[in-house]
Design a binder for this molecule. Structure first.
Ligand SMILES: Nc1nc2c(ncn2[C@@H]2O[C@H](COP(=O)(O)OP(=O)(O)O[C@H]3O[C@H](CO)[C@@H](O)[C@H](O)[C@@H]3O)[C@@H](O)[C@H]2O)c(=O)[nH]1
Length: 423
């Protein structure tokens, strides 16, 4: 059986907590546990036997960074990888439909579709096995997991037949509780899915000529509302439910820090060589830490748990870093302290300064709790305390405190700042 994979990466977005970090760099390339978010998807795909190619679909302008990433991923994984750009946001099914000829070229028997903003222990082999056990032939499988009742409302929710695992009912982000089984944003489709998308496409186009709709987004088709909801209960849609799945969305900077922790934890099984170890000449390592081979870390620094140090980073004596991501080219000067923060590309933190955010994470007492995607502002218009973010080329002087702040790129900070966005 031949398969393909499609990764939906969306496009530039405004007003998110990721903004200072995604201004110059598409979010799917943001490094988590040392590698771009979608590198983890590609790595999972490379383990699927007979994978014909990977198509990355989005509405980002092709950029040097994206091209460089795709070329190097292709070389490393030895799989053909192409970027297909939508002319506008076509929705999670619209992009698939627009590029259906490319997806079906080479005649795959099926294809995986990934939301690009997932952090997951992608159970592709298990999904394939589950999918192929259904006798139906032309059917579709989606990956699901459990969420607490209150959090389930933030996701696609589904009700399944406990015997057959057929999806009987699907509601995208319901207003009231439907089910604690949530859509994880990873699907396995057969080519027949295009017949269902085509029906919706034609209905939408017909509306233009019936004068029913002047909406500018009539080319948009959503997998969740337009395809899954009507497919539920027709015997075509099945759910592979992985209750204990290691899974999170990456929507905010807080969730990037959480995903960093999850992927570093996974490296114990998948890539133990990527985890830093304590040795006489190196820094003190606490828990899971990734240090890029080109970073220079003083032996008196203490790093961890859950820290990623990017390429070319320089870390001075006595520095302390925990629960943070330090991006390529940054410099942390003597005895500074970085907690629950993301330090942007080529930023400098001066000696004895403290950069600190507020920890974000799912409720540890609730087995199925998910990471909430934190809003930038609370109901009173105040910045909600969360991860501190320094954009690229930010300079923090010596002996100041930066607490719960978001600092846009290229800023030279002169003093202490708390609970602010510095534009
Ligand atoms: N190519 C492309 N990608 C898109 C588009 N719109 C969204 N995407 C990508 O599709 C994924 C889903 O994005 P959203 O539309 O923001 O949905 P969501 O709020 O994340 O919810 C989805 O994911 C949840 C799990 O993470 C699901 O529970 C939910 O049902 C839904 O599928 C993201 O990776 C996003 O970049 C589009 O027009 N074009």
């Amino acid at each position: 059986m031949l398969y393909k994979a499609v990764i939906l990466i969306g496009g530039p977005q405004k007003g998110t907590r990721f903004r200072p970090l995604s201004l110059e760099f598409p979010k799917p390339l943001f490094p988590v546990a040392g590698f771009p978010i979608i590198h983890h998807h590609i790595e999972a795909c490379s383990k699927v036997p007979d994978l014909l190619e990977i198509l990355v679909i989005g509405f980002y302008q092709p950029s040097e960074a994206l091209n460089r990433f795709l070329t190097s991923s292709q070389r490393e994984s030895n799989i053909n990888i192409r970027y297909l750009q939508e002319y506008t946001s076509l929705g999670t099914a619209g992009g698939l439909y627009h590029f259906r000829d490319q997806i079906l070229s080479g005649q795959p028997d099926g294809f995986f579709v990934f939301n690009g903003d997932l952090c997951c222990k992608f159970p592709l082999a298990e999904m394939l096995e589950f999918h192929n056990q259904r006798t139906n032939g032309q059917h579709f499988t989606l990956l699901a997991t459990e969420a607490p009742k209150s959090q389930s409302l933030n996701y696609g929710c589904l009700v399944k037949d406990p015997e057959t695992h057929e999806v009987l009912h699907y509601v995208e982000k319901p207003q009231t509780f439907v089910s604690s089984i949530i859509n994880c944003g990873l699907y396995l489709f057969t080519p027949e899915i295009f017949e269902h998308i085509s029906t919706v496409f034609k209905e939408n186009q017909a509306e233009i000529f019936n004068g029913d709709s002047f909406s500018s987004n009539r080319d948009t088709i959503r997998l969740e509302q337009d395809i899954f909801s009507p497919l539920a209960g027709t015997g075509k849609l099945f759910v592979y439910n992985c209750e204990d799945l290691m899974w999170s969305q990456i929507k905010s900077a807080g969730s990037a820090i959480y995903a960093n922790r999850l992927y570093l934890g996974l490296y114990h099984d998948t890539h133990p060589e990527r985890l830093a170890k304590n040795d006489e000449n190196g820094p003190h390592i606490v828990g899971d830490v990734f240090i890029h081979a080109t970073a220079r870390v003083d032996a008196t620094a203490t790093l961890g748990p859950n820290v990623t140090i990017g390429a070319g980073v320089i870390i001075g004596p006595g520095v302390r870093v925990r629960e943070s991501i330090i991006l390529e080219g940054a410099s942390l000067q003597d005895h500074c302290c970085i907690l629950h923060s993301i330090v942007g590309w080529n930023s400098v933190v001066g000696a004895w300064s403290r950069v600190e955010g507020t920890p974000k994470g799912p409720n540890p007492n609730d087995k199925f709790a998910k990471m909430d995607s934190d809003n930038l502002f609370d109901d009173h218009g105040k910045l909600t305390p969360s991860i501190t973010i320094l954009g690229s080329n930010v300079s923090i002087p010596a002996e100041v405190i930066i607490l719960n702040a978001i600092i846009l790129p290229d800023k030279e900070i002169r003093g202490t700042f708390k609970n602010q966005i510095l534009l």
